[in-house]
Design a protein around this ligand. Structure first.
Ligand code: PLP
Length: 392
């Protein structure tokens, strides 16, 4: 097999110096925990200083505005209108808020999802059964492959919401949302997309896709660290929604301490709950800013090039590839279904290789915009050698 030449001019590597971790490790884990931007350290130090020096005045001097500013940064990344993205602590809570605005009363009480969606949201959907929902889980073919046609076939007039992933977390398979959204809307259902494994590595345009709700988080491709998830709501829909999971920050005038009935904010705060988690939002901002400045189209182009290189090397080394090979089906992660994946993963982690594994599919490895081609080659050799050592 002929070797793939390394790209001599990779302009995205200009951002590499912003991520100290990638110099100390072989960082192939951005589908799970993106590298920390250098700016986070200073931002958190400034946060503590403001708290110390300004006390309660910090709310008016920046904290109160921060969640909306972050939401607008994310809106730019996903093609949404300013004011349409709300910050939360994580994706699970963001989805819970969105779903609490949906009625599950007969004859329209179905939630359609797939068995390859992330377990945390599947647990949430399970809980909705006690609120009258009927959960329809579309099964995978060949173990882990979800087909759009199977999702479309599960949607009908009984469907209240279709809640599915854009990129499947186990196999990094990209689902084509077009036919699913079209079918859902044709029968009067809403669509809630879990785009955690997409945003930051795959261009997502909520307006072009016509999505009603979309959730994502910070930990992975956006390099924002833990404690920040988000919810996009189509602004045409938002004013009519009354989420049952809410709080005083969603009130039109929170500092009136009005005992109710609740008067919801007409704009961006409508979906807020209680006091926002300011320090995690402070930490999230540098990563969002970098991704917004680079642009996801450029990140995707590089990701496709490097994941192709990894697949090529996997074939050369006889490592079975469990993620899709076709470019349009491929998310940012390459999955290698090697024997004894757990032990191989542990051995690599114990050295300086950051990766993970998932039961049933194998090792997950992801390059990102800060990855060099020679690191791709090196990590694949390290995996090959470790698999051999494990006696597999
Ligand atoms: C696709 C997907 N959805 C949801 C989650 C979990 O989100 P959170 O922990 O923010 O609720 C993950 C990963 O952790 C994920 O990969």
């Amino acid at each position: 097999m002929s070797p793939i030449p390394v790209q001599t001019r990779d302009t995205l590597l200009e951002w590499r110096s912003e991520f100290p971790t990638v110099e100390a490790t072989l960082h192939f884990i951005s589908h799970s925990l993106g590298a920390m931007p250098r700016g986070v350290e200073e931002a958190l130090r400034r946060y503590a200083q403001v708290w110390k020096a300004r006390g309660i005045r910090a709310w008016e001097e920046g904290w109160m505005a921060l969640p909306s500013e972050l939401g607008d940064l994310l809106a730019g990344i996903i093609g949404a209108e300013p004011g349409s993205v709300t910050m939360f602590e994580n994706v699970t809570l963001a989805q819970a808020v969105a779903l609490s605005a949906i009625d599950f009363t007969p004859p329209r009480r179905r939630l359609v999802c797939t068995e390859e969606d992330f377990p945390s949201v599947l647990y949430l959907y399970e809980g909705l059964v006690r609120r009258g929902a009927e959960v329809v889980r579309v099964g995978a073919r060949d173990g882990h492959r979800i087909e759009e046609a199977d999702v479309v076939a599960a949607i009908d007039e009984r469907t209240a919401v279709v809640a599915i992933s854009h990129v499947l977390f186990r196999t990094s398979r990209v689902l084509d949302l077009g036919p699913i959204v079209a079918r859902a809307h044709a029968v009067g259902s809403r669509v809630l997309i879990d785009a955690y494994q997409a945003v930051g590595t795959l261009p997502v345009d909520v307006r072009a896709l016509g999505i009603d709700f979309l959730t994502g988080g910070s930990v992975k491709w956006l390099c924002g660290g833990p404690g920040a998830g988000y919810l996009y709501v189509d602004p045409r829909l938002a004013p009519g929604l009354e989420p049952a999971i809410t709080g005083w920050f969603a009130h039109e005038r929170p500092f009136d301490f009005d005992p109710g009935p609740m008067r919801r904010h007409q704009g961006a705060r409508r979906f807020w709950t209680g006091t926002p988690g300011i320090p995690s939002f402070v930490a999230a901002r540098p990563g969002y800013e970098i991704v917004a400045r680079i642009g996801v189209a450029a990140i995707r182009e590089k990701s496709l090039r490097q994941t192709e290189r990894m697949i090529h090397l996997a074939d050369e080394y006889g490592l079975p590839v469990a993620s899709p090979r076709e470019a349009e089906r491929r998310g940012g992660t390459v999955v290698l279904d090697v024997p004894r994946a757990e032990a191989v993963c542990a051995a690599l982690l114990a050295s300086d290789v950051l990766l993970d594994h998932r039961p049933g599919v194998g090792l997950r490895l992801a390059p990102h915009f800060y990855t060099r081609d020679d690191e791709v080659d090196l990590v694949m050799r390290r995996v090959r050698d470790e698999v051999r050592k494990a006696g597999a």
